[in-house]
Ligand binder design. Structure first.
Ligand SMILES: [Fe+2]
Length: 300
């Protein structure tokens, strides 16, 4: 079982403040404890922070034109972004990521826009959309703590590097717990690679539907963006991959149906969608990626 790890170096926030010392065990209990102890920090709205102009980016990318058709949909997504309120230190962290690792920043923005769009497929005026949007924007923050060479990797990883990559949900969840306190972003960070129990880390129970929405949106965002080991899938090609994961029980069927429903323009009831084995989309011709496998057990 891989459900905890030992920090191999100090975990610092973006101002250089110590969040956890090297050697700290990051586990579900430690993350909950960090959230309980987190000081209350004033929150700043997205429109008063450094990312205000970035909200339009997912709409400008033709890869997502089927998802964001119509000013009503785009306004609903914009409003969800604008409703995000975070401590200033997290806006600083996101702005630093935009400078240091632009592809992670694009990933966060696209995951947020797609998550909100999927939620709109389930409910026309969803409650808690600001928290869902914040959680989606922050879900992959742990990736910023990987060595830069692992962000650029183009081939399979050796076992040490695979453990480092597989550590990012726990690192991100701990960091967010310490900076935000209890928040859906902490759960999203820890659970977004769970893959119905076939990913990492091991969870005590399946995450809620809104966290599954973020996981599926994150996978879709990753597939539709270029990576060093492949060109991007188009939106339908990415949906084909996710439909195969549903059949292999690596993705939640009802959640992927919300994405299919949004991609098809939002008509009808998403629950009636059926995944066949025929494929409609396009994928890259060269693809050197191998999924990071879940380590079989925790190193501590
Ligand atoms: Fe991730």
């Amino acid at each position: 079982m891989f459900d905890r790890l030992n920090l191999t170096e100090d975990l610092l926030d973006c101002r250089g403040g110590l969040v956890a010392r090297r050697g700290t065990v990051l586990s579900a209990e430690a993350i909950a404890e960090a959230a309980r102890k987190a000081p209350s920090r004033p929150r700043v709205a997205l429109e008063d922070g450094p990312l205000v102009d970035d909200v339009e980016l997912p709409f400008a990318d033709r890869a997502y034109r089927h998802l964001f058709q119509g000013e009503g949909i785009r306004d609903a997504v914009r409003n969800a972004f604008r409703a995000i309120r975070l401590p200033e230190i997290l806006w600083e962290k996101l702005a630093a990521t935009r400078r240091a690792a632009p592809h992670l920043h694009v990933h966060a923005l696209v995951t947020t826009a797609v998550s909100v769009r999927m939620l709109l497929s389930a409910v026309s005026s969803p409650r808690g959309v600001a928290d869902l949007a914040a959680a989606a924007l922050l879900h992959d923050l742990g990736m910023c703590h990987l060595p830069p060479r692992l962000l650029r990797h183009s081939e399979g990883l050796d076992s040490d590097d695979a453990v480092r990559v597989a550590s990012h949900p726990l690192v991100g969840a701990f960091l967010l717990a310490a900076l935000l306190g209890p928040h859906p972003a902490v759960v999203a960070a820890r659970a977004h690679h769970w893959r119905c129990g076939q990913g990492y880390p091991t969870l005590e129970k399946a995450p809620s539907r809104s966290i599954e929405v973020i996981s599926v949106a994150s996978a879709f965002a990753a597939l539709t963006q270029p990576r060093p080991f492949r060109a991007p899938y188009d939106a339908r090609g990415a949906l084909d991959v996710l439909a195969r994961e549903v059949i292999a029980q690596q993705a939640d069927a009802n959640t992927v149906k919300l994405l299919a429903h949004a991609l098809r323009g939002g008509g009808g009831d998403p629950r009636t969608i059926r995944f066949g084995r025929e494929r409609e989309g396009h994928g890259p011709e060269v693809h050197r990626y191998v999924h990071v496998s879940a380590p079989s057990r925790s190193p501590v």
